[in-house]
Design a protein around this ligand. Sequence first.
Ligand code: SAM
Length: 228
Amino acid sequence: MIRIDILTVVPELLESPLNYSIVKRARDKSLVEIIVHDIREYGKGRYHQVDDYPFGGDAGMVLMIEPIFKIISKLEREREYDEVIYLSPDGDLLDQATSNMLSCKSNLILLCGHYKGIDHRIREHLITKEISIGNYVLSGGELPAAILCDSIIRLIPGAISDETSALSDSFQDDLLAPPIYTRPAEFNGWRVPDVLLSGNPKLIKEWQERESTERTKRLRPKLFNDGD
Ligand code: SAM
């Protein structure tokens, strides 16, 4: 069982992504425990302040160090964490290898930034890993955290059924997945490739491998060359 603690100032943003489909089923089966912490509960003073103006006079608000230090210290007193991850546009780009690696861990903390970001001392002293979901900027780390959770959780044995095995998905073997089809075999004059209807597992497998290779060369040439 993996335990994932997510720290956020907008817990509502995580409600839907973490409570449906495969992630929900994995939680129901106790394959993963996800606890969402509202940073505001650890905020400063009567108004539970969590953000302040940046030194240097730039625009935007910055998440303060004290509330985040309080939660992380409390959690770290309770158990040992494998990684304290900050979701950040300038972090390491998320890829399948990172998700595979994190799916083997026991305890993870995910910190979602918001507004202009977080006090840099948090990154220097409390964070062990920084992950980006792409070279673009979102309003908060909640959707990136949900994406990271989804990509990790679907890899936990038992989270998805055999026939949709995560191991046959794109990137697991440095190849993109082949095209897939379902009934009807013909729609609007558009036919499913004959080989898939042949009932010959050997021919089907060969066709899928060829398609995977061709699609990877065409759509992700760098992945294809790096995987060699
Ligand atoms: N000022 C920051 C910068 O220029 O890098 C951007 C802050 S962004 C508006 C607010 C928060 O959203 C960040 O602290 C981070 O947690 C999250 N975030 C935004 N884009 C992200 C991305 N591509 N990957 C991961 N987290 C992201």
